[in-house]
Write a protein that binds this ligand. Structure first.
Ligand code: PRT
Ligand code: ZN
Length: 292
């Protein structure tokens, strides 16, 4: 079925970087069909009035703010850094990282306050300045283009403020995390005017409902199991998400089958406890999509 109302919606995604694969996976997950060709600027969707625009992540907030694109998938850190006037519609559950302060491992610094009077190299100068003002720390911000982690070794700065995900880069450069400025993940942002245009807004809302369905489904599991009817209360205690399961009597007297979608992780430990409570034939299945 076509997602169409004759109004083109343009979605900006990173052309080649950390967010690209997951962004495209997400757009395909909500039913958009397209083919991306390396280094092509545009991709039209086969089944929707939607066009994808592939650009550098740093350009996304501004393009969305200016209406060059209606929607964008970008790291929240970039939106915060640029102070763009866009609306954040959803957190997308990938691209997790933290903007953090770090110093050489052997440095005497204990807290961010100890950075008073010192130099901090960063690619996020605006966000760092706001943080320093808020915390009342009087440090000098050294704006650099890339690879902040080498700045202390080159004596360009005494500390750095950079994105951290696994912490490997800090470790490899003998740096120690001192404090966090904010946490980030990939977000869906919208041009405010698009949301005021009736037709486009309707299309955005449709995509958004699908997106939520996809994100909720990721957390959900479908659980089925057999148990003696009398074990039901105990099993619901172990799996509180199993509020109103479908209960079907089995041929064996007093035994029932339970089915329910639960919005929680079902670890081995949970399954073991259900088994102890009398459950058997426990199946935990992934949920692909949800619409409520
Ligand atoms: O070319 P373009 O401008 O489009 O890409 P880019 O090089 O500017 O961005 P890219 O692809 O590196 O990152 C895109 C987005 O991914 C960022 O804006 C963040 O929202 C998000 N993200 C998530 C990260 C990281 N994790 C991350 N670890 N962006 C960068 N890093 C870097 C960090 O700067 C440091 O150099 O990875 C290093 C630290 O990683 P760890 O795992 O060693 O801690
Ligand atoms: Zn970039």
């Amino acid at each position: 079925m076509r997602i169409a109302n004759g109004h083109n919606l343009r979605i900006a995604v990173q052309n080649d970087g950390r967010l690209t694969t997951r962004s495209l996976e997400l757009l395909r997950g909500i039913g958009l069909e397209f083919e991306e060709h390396e280094r092509r600027l545009f991709a039209r969707c086969r089944n929707a009035d939607v066009e994808l625009l592939f650009i550098r992540d740093d350009d996304i907030p501004e393009y969305v703010q200016d209406g060059v694109a209606d929607l964008g998938v970008v790291g929240r850190n970039v939106v915060i850094e640029q102070g763009s006037r866009v609306e954040e519609l959803e957190s997308l559950g990938f691209g997790f990282c933290t903007l953090a302060l770090a110093v050489p491992r052997e440095d005497a610094t204990r807290t961010p306050r100890d950075l008073d009077g010192r130099r901090i190299a960063t690619t996020h100068p605006a966000a760092l300045r706001r943080y320093l003002d808020r915390e009342g720390i009087d440090a000098r911000v050294i704006e650099i283009r890339g690879a902040a982690e080498v700045a202390p070794a080159l004596d360009v700065a005494d500390a750095i403020c950079d994105l951290v995900s696994t912490g490997t880069t800090l470790r490899m450069n003998d740096l120690r995390r001192l404090g966090d400025v904010f946490e980030s993940e990939a977000v869906l942002v919208a041009n405010p005017a698009t949301l005021l245009d009736r037709e486009r807004a309707a299309l955005v809302e449709r995509l958004r409902v699908r997106l939520r369905g996809l994100l909720v489904a990721r957390r959900m599991k479908y659980v089925t199991l057999n148990a003696p009817r009398c074990a039901l209360p105990r099993i619901q205690e172990i799996l509180p998400g199993m509020k109103s399961p479908t209960v079907v009597p089995l041929a064996e007297e007093g035994m029932v089958a339970l089915h329910a979608a639960v919005e929680e992780e079902v670890f081995w430990e949970v399954m073991e406890r259900i088994k102890e409570a009398g459950g058997s034939e426990i199946l935990v299945l992934p949920v692909e999509k949800v619409m409520r």
